[in-house]
Design a protein around this ligand. Structure first.
Ligand SMILES: Nc1ncnc2c1ncn2[C@@H]1O[C@H](COP(=O)(O)OP(=O)(O)OP(=O)(O)O)[C@@H](O)[C@H]1O
Ligand SMILES: [Mg+2]
Length: 244
């Protein structure tokens, strides 16, 4: 058995004339937090979509726990143990927060009572218990991001794919989510994290990959990647000047 819970091998995705991911191979060890960074349009979400079954790769492999799963449906990937959040959060606006999370739990548990119990425990874990009876459509952004995380956790994943769960949050809310992600990892999960909030991704990642225009241009420890001239030229330099 491989020491990696997830491996992608040479993944290619093409939309018409655009090659959105080009020969992308990444790996995530058990209980590791892997960061995935890169400019807008680099292909990060597309890579997640191929891992979680939303997109079928043109070529290449997705290997989860030693089995090839590329081309599985989202439902199958979820049942196998791959949970994800979406960059654009789309809650069931008319369902309560608790019900939104129960929808995730019902994928694994046929009993509504059990799903409710699981959902309640997860709301406690993400700090949303006081908001459990509020409608999904009435949450503010930080709450919405936590509910999205809760919905993914409710599917009881072994591998969690987080697509910009900190986008739009203020530094205090970001720090809260960073601590939550560390607790989730410590509970035994493996995590791949797409994030533009550099402070967060630097503090969380055991290993980093950098995508640029569909291609992996760098990988390694946070220190290695942040000192890589190719990464500074294509991404970090640009971010730095945007921040000042
Ligand atoms: N379903 C689709 N049909 C056509 N083109 C798409 C589709 N999904 C993504 N693309 C294109 O593929 C490229 C990669 O998009 P992707 O969403 O993966 O980027 P990203 O790295 O997640 O960017 P961001 O940081 O802005 O979220 C972009 O040029 C995008 O416009
Ligand atoms: Mg994206």
């Amino acid at each position: 058995m491989s020491e990696y819970i997830l491996e992608t091998q040479h993944l290619v995705m093409q939309f018409g004339g655009l090659i959105a991911t080009n020969d992308v191979s990444i790996r995530c060890r058990e209980h590791e937090i892997v960061g995935l960074i890169g400019a807008n349009g680099a292909g990060k979400t597309t890579l997640f979509n191929m891992i979680s079954g939303q997109l079928k790769p043109k070529s290449g492999k997705v290997i989860f726990k030693g089995n090839e799963i590329q081309g599985s449906s989202p439902h199958q990937a979820c049942r196998m143990g791959i949970g994800r959040t979406h960059q654009i959060v789309q809650p069931f606006a008319d369902l309560t927060v608790l019900e939104n999370v129960m929808v995730g739990a019902l994928l694994k548990h046929a009993s509504v009572a059990v799903a409710r119990e699981k959902a309640e425990a997860i709301l406690e874990q993400v700090g949303l218990t006081p908001r459990r009876d509020v409608k999904g459509g009435d949450l503010n952004l930080p709450e919405l991001k936590r509910m999205e995380l809760a919905r993914a956790l409710a599917t009881e994943p072994e591998l969690l794919l987080l697509d910009e769960v900190m986008a739009g949050l203020n530094p205090t809310d970001c720090q809260g989510v960073v601590e939550l992600i560390l607790r989730i990892r410590d509970s035994g999960m493996s995590i791949i994290l797409i994030e533009h909030v550099m402070k967060a991704v630097m503090s969380l990642s055991d290993h980093l990959y950098v995508l640029n225009q569909g291609c992996l241009i760098s990988q390694g420890s946070v220190e290695e990647v942040t000192n890589d001239p190719a990464v500074i030229a294509s991404y970090l330099g640009e971010k730095k000047s945007a921040e000042t």
